[in-house]
Ligand binder design. Structure first.
Ligand code: AMP
Length: 438
């Protein structure tokens, strides 16, 4: 698995990422960053929620670091075009967060506000300018923004720009930019106008694409049980008493773990089989066949072994251990929401896995319903150990756009343990979709 430190980013950026609580790159980040660091153009098929902002912001900041100089008045070294004011502000915030220890000059130009402060800002020159196309074009027409020296152009949410009628202004802006710039285009979908724009704007682009993380996650009812590590086995058996769980995939991180969990379930009378890379092809096929036909109620699998599994009617996915990346979580829970069906996902999370849970919530932009089933003393220990650190993180995170209500050690605690597998709520969508035209 890729780590941020494998991507060749400067220490000053790695430090900011760890301050932001990012532990591992998302799929779009590990795919796109290496190409962008080589200066390649890029066509990215990715939606919001996949981590695409960091995928383009980090290589831009890295470029600024490697060639530090004062921006020339009325220019910007990197230009990001976004469809809405709201998104433009969020992108600028992300640049500031990832660049918090290098302090690049980052500005936002959007419509609907007065020109004067924007002209003052442009007159100082910027490292990074995030803009909506209409107002930027106004400033170009009056000579307040000179695009000829811009080194990197990013078009974000290109399909939204198309919906909002921005294609013509974009083409007008692009026509004035230097030909030897680096160009990145991100879009969730690829209508033919966008494909045409990409073909005209990009030179030999690298192509990357990711599954829309948030959409899959929204269809699945999800629940998390906070448990002590040693209590997971019992918890799993308790879950399996629910007869609604008729066909479940239980995920473990390791092959040995898969074997142990399957054996434990089998001994307790819950029909289970493990599949993983150490099993022969015929063993895997037999296990899958039994699961498909309903002879085996539970399939215990590792992420890699589960990749090829195509079984409909999986009622539940249980994360016996949380995966290392948010994308793997989304792929796992997607097993129960095949062909548009909805399903349920239950995760057992011990104290050591809490950072993984936070990363999942962040990337999917959901706050998952949590039931605390830990013993009293392990909760108390956590509170006394984590309180000061939690407070510091809270302060840092309050700069981030995604609103979060509860923090380490502040989960609501039920008076008596809640029954397992019940009261599953559909996790709320937390980012509004209404857009203001900039
Ligand atoms: P984006 O798709 O860029 O809007 O990002 C979606 C959310 O994921 C934002 O709240 C980011 O702060 C967060 N995020 C991006 N990359 C990571 C990562 N590698 N680890 C954890 N959170 C991330």
């Amino acid at each position: 698995m890729t780590k941020f430190s494998d991507l060749g980013l400067a220490e000053i950026l790695l430090r900011a990422l760890s301050h932001e609580g990012y532990e591992t790159p998302t799929s779009i980040q590990s795919q796109a960053i290496p190409f962008l660091m080589q200066g390649r153009d890029l066509l990215g098929i990715a939606q919001t929620g996949t981590g695409k902002t960091a995928a383009f912001a980090l290589p831009i900041l890295e470029r600024l670091l490697q060639d530090r100089r004062r921006p020339v008045p009325f220019t910007a070294r990197a230009l990001v075009l976004a469809p809405t004011r709201e998104l433009a502000a969020q992108i600028a915030d992300s640049f500031r967060a990832y660049g918090q220890f290098m302090r690049p000059s980052v500005g936002v130009i959007v419509g609907g506000v007065s020109h004067r402060p924007q002209i003052d800002m442009l007159s100082r020159g910027l490292d990074v300018l995030v803009a909506t196309p209409g107002r930027l074009l106004d400033h170009m027409t009056t000579g307040r923004f000179k695009p000829a020296t811009t080194e990197v152009l990013v078009l974000d949410e290109a399909d939204h720009m198309l919906d909002l009628g921005f294609i013509v202004p974009i083409r007008q802006i692009v026509a004035k930019l230097a030909k030897n710039r680096q160009t990145l285009l991100f879009s969730a979908t690829m209508p033919k106008e966008i494909a045409g724009l990409a073909a005209d704007m990009l030179r030999d682009p690298a192509h990357v694409s990711v599954t829309p993380v948030a959409t899959t996650a929204e269809r699945v009812a999800q629940q998390v049980f906070l448990v002590d590590g040693g209590a997971k086995r019992e918890m799993l058996l308790e879950l399996m008493q629910d007869s609604e769980i008729s066909r479940a995939i239980v995920f473990t991180r390791t092959k040995r773990g898969a074997d142990r969990v399957a054996q434990h379930l089998d001994v307790a009378g819950v029909g289970a089989e493990a599949i993983h890379g150490n099993k022969s092809q015929s063993q895997r096929q037999r296990a899958l066949e039994g699961f498909r036909k309903g002879r085996t109620r539970v399939l215990v699998a590792t992420d890699i072994a589960a990749r090829g599994i195509d079984v409909d009617g999986v009622t539940h996915v249980v994360n016996y251990e949380l995966p290392d990346t948010p994308e793997a979580y989304v792929h796992r829970i997607g097993r129960t929401a095949r062909a548009g069906a909805s399903g349920q996902a239950i995760s057992l999370c011990d104290n050591g896995e809490r950072p993984l849970l936070r990363a999942i919530e962040k990337v999917t932009r959901q706050t998952l319903p949590v039931t605390d089933r830990r013993l009293q003393d392990s909760r108390a220990n956590e509170r006394s150990e984590e309180a000061p650190r939690g407070a510091k993180k809270q302060a840092l995170r309050s700069r981030n756009a995604s609103p979060r209500s509860r923090r380490d050690g502040a989960r609501p605690e039920p008076k008596s343990p809640a029954p397992a597998g019940r009261n599953m709520k559909r996790a709320p969508k937390s980012r509004g979709t209404d857009r203001a035209r900039g």
